[in-house]
Design a protein around this ligand. Structure first.
Ligand SMILES: NC(=O)c1ccc[n+]([C@@H]2O[C@H](COP(=O)([O-])OP(=O)(O)OC[C@H]3O[C@@H](n4cnc5c(N)ncnc54)[C@H](O)[C@@H]3O)[C@@H](O)[C@H]2O)c1
Length: 317
């Protein structure tokens, strides 16, 4: 169903797995990435169907030109750091909201007929319904979440104006191979600095759902291939959640470490805008025949193993 697809952020953790899946389906793929957090090594070195364009999504002219001839856009570029908005109040607006508008403009001028967007559970803020369904009316608690929600809104409006099909996916935290940021990354970095003491954000009781990256990509594909509507919003996550303390125990166990002292900063949130419980209702995407195959524990273990095998990734950031 894809002839030539355009993937912004295609050299990133999630984007590069998406590129693998698209190439496996026989699509021609154009990756557009400035490699600020992405890695060339995440992309196949020699694939006749893959074109890699080094460019910034904020460079609208270059973006439009690179997208010429593509029939579908996966807009997966973003500032994926959910915590930084309080220190830098502009970054989410620029890298997420304006960047999404730029991707929509590239779609419009090139007559692109489908647009998939990497949104986030952060758009729900601190919901009071669990598992949280797609039709929950959110109150924003972070600039990252707000910037993604604004992106979703523009995607729906562009769909209305220009007849484009749209797919907004609200992800929980992803884990797995090529992981370069998030709780497992932070734990390993901290243990490199001090192997005996592990400082942790919050009180350790924060509860989150996680999704193994290959399961997530199959969910993205399932939505596009099976959904009947023109405008689509899907939650993507696991059916259950675990606490930060449980994540730490799995990571330490996989590392073979027992004697580590945990030090909690305290409070029920990791940072301002962090939700103490993330658990999404995924019955909508499951109704299309998708389900995660990999448990959270196994996904976390694979993440640790991958980072142990690729220690150079921990040197960055
Ligand atoms: N990782 C998660 O758990 C998670 C959860 C919810 C939503 N998301 C969303 O999924 C998408 C992918 O996240 P990820 O974890 O793979 O992050 P990532 O940082 O690994 O990937 C982002 C990619 O975008 C590129 N990029 C960033 N800014 C750019 C710019 N201005 N121009 C061109 N390229 C640029 C980076 O180099 C990188 O390759 C993002 O939109 C993120 O907000 C991720």
């Amino acid at each position: 169903m894809f002839k030539k697809v355009f993937v912004t952020g295609g050299a990133g953790f999630i984007g590069s797995h998406l590129v693998d899946a698209l190439l496996a389906k026989g699509a021609a793929v154009v990756v557009y990435d400035n490699f600020c957090t992405g890695h060339a090594e995440f992309l196949p070195a020699h694939s006749p169907k893959l074109q890699v364009v080094r460019g910034d999504v904020l460079d609208l002219a270059a973006l439009k030109a690179a997208c010429a001839g593509c029939d579908f856009i996966f807009h997966f570029q973003a500032n994926a750091d959910v915590r930084g908005g309080k220190e830098n109040t502009r970054v989410d607006l620029e890298q997420n909201t304006i960047a999404t508008w730029n991707a929509l403009e590239a779609a419009r001028v090139n007559g692109v007929k489908g647009f998939a967007f990497a949104s986030s559970s952060a758009i729900y803020g601190e919901p009071d319904v669990f598992p949280t369904p797609e039709n929950f009316a959110p109150q924003q608690t972070s600039l990252y979440g707000a910037s993604k929600y604004a992106g979703e809104a523009m995607i729906q409006a562009y769909g209305e104006y220009f007849g484009m099909r749209s797919f907004c996916y609200r992800f929980v935290s992803w884990i797995g191979e090529r992981y370069t940021h998030g709780i497992v990354f932070d734990i390993l970095k901290k243990l490199q600095r001090d192997p005996h003491t592990l400082p942790l954000l919050g009180d350790g009781t924060q509860k989150k759902s996680y999704l193994y990256v290959k399961d997530g990509v199959s969910g993205v594909m399932r939505g596009i291939e099976q959904a009947a509507d023109r405008k689509n919003v899907f939650n993507l996550g696991h059916d259950y959640f675990i606490t930060v303390i449980e994540v730490v125990k799995i990571v330490l166990d996989e590392l073979g470490k027992q004697e580590v002292k945990l030090e909690f900063a305290g409070g029920t949130r990791g940072w301002v805008g962090d939700s103490p419980l993330v658990h999404l209702d995924t019955s909508k995407i499951k109704g299309l025949g998708w389900k995660p195959e990999t448990s959270i524990e196994e996904g976390l273990r694979r993440t640790v193993r991958y980072l142990k095998q690729n220690p150079h990734l921990l040197k960055r950031a």
